[in-house]
Design a protein around this ligand. Structure first.
Ligand SMILES: Nc1ncnc2c1ncn2[C@@H]1O[C@H](COP(=O)(O)OP(=O)(O)OP(=O)(O)O)[C@@H](O)[C@H]1O
Ligand SMILES: [Mg+2]
Length: 249
């Protein structure tokens, strides 16, 4: 630990993070979590567990109580801009991410606003679109794409930022099997630190060494992926298996 209390090797540190929405709904009830630089951590939990709320704390889109450090910097009004250049956030709903008249404008937006030179912006846009299998869609209208195509463009907008940390909210949702497989391979290959929410438990073992389970705004388990996935009682207790309701053949 350094003199100011930060662990330099930690990418993310959350201490007792609490958050309630303006209508009073408590969504995070004291979350303490550390993610080391280079680690890939999955965040799982039933609908309403608080996954999206947690991810939106990381770059200050939602601000609650408690302390958040990103690569050693404490998140505050003074650092939020700097921290947004460190944490790329993928919203669960791509309609929250895409707002430009063309795909090219959307993917170029982040790098342009980071003040990068035009050739570097073009290089990043081309690379990010290739990474999500969407090369050739540059002049299309984002709002006229299919849900899975929008999702892939939204992922490209985050990748084009080149942030050292990726906070991805359900990146495989609404992807077809081939696109899902390619995205999983991409996440495997990327060197960034990742905190990724997902309902896609089948994608966990290939990408994530560690899984954090949320329930009603609290972390109820945090461990190695194989151990969490093998703990059927745990998954069952937190609404994460299919033992309920499926009709027997
Ligand atoms: N804008 C909002 N206003 C009020 N309450 C909200 C809002 N967004 C989420 N909530 C509530 O906060 C809690 C956590 O929701 P959150 O969206 O973080 O869950 P989640 O784990 O991402 O769920 P899902 O798997 O459905 O995406 C839930 O009780 C939810 O109803
Ligand atoms: Mg969510």
């Amino acid at each position: 630990m350094s003199a100011n209390g930060a662990h330099p090797q930690l990418a993310l540190e959350l201490r007792d993070v609490e958050f309630a929405y303006p209508d009073g709904v408590p969504a995070l009830r004291g979350v303490t979590l550390e993610v080391r630089a280079g680690e890939k951590v999955a965040l799982i939990g039933a609908n309403g567990a608080g996954k999206s709320t947690l991810l939106m704390q990381l770059n200050g889109i939602l601000r609650g109580r408690g302390k958040i450090r990103v690569l050693g910097r404490v998140l505050s009004d003074a650092t939020v801009r700097e921290i947004r250049a460190l944490v790329g956030l993928l919203f669960a709903n791509p309609d929250d991410q895409l707002f430009s008249p063309t795909v090219l404008d959307d993917v170029a937006f982040g790098p342009l606003h980071m003040g990068l030179p035009k050739p570097e912006v073009q290089r990043r846009v081309a690379e990010a679109l290739a990474q999500v299998g969407m090369s050739g869609f540059e002049s299309r209208l984002p709002h006229h794409l299919s849900m899975g195509q929008k999702k892939r463009i939204a992922i490209a907008t985050v990748l084009a930022m080149g942030t050292p940390i990726l906070a991805l909210d359900e990146p495989t949702a609404s992807l077809s099997p081939g696109a899902r497989y390619e995205l999983i391979a991409l996440l495997q290959s990327l060197p960034q630190t990742m905190l990724v929410s997902t309902h896609d438990l089948g994608a966990l073992p290939g990408v994530f060494g560690r899984v954090v389970v949320l329930d009603e705004g609290r972390i109820v388990a945090d461990g190695a992926t194989e151990a969490i996935l093998a703990d059927h009682d745990l998954l069952h207790a937190h609404g994460l298996d299919e033992a309920h309701g499926l009709p027997h053949a």
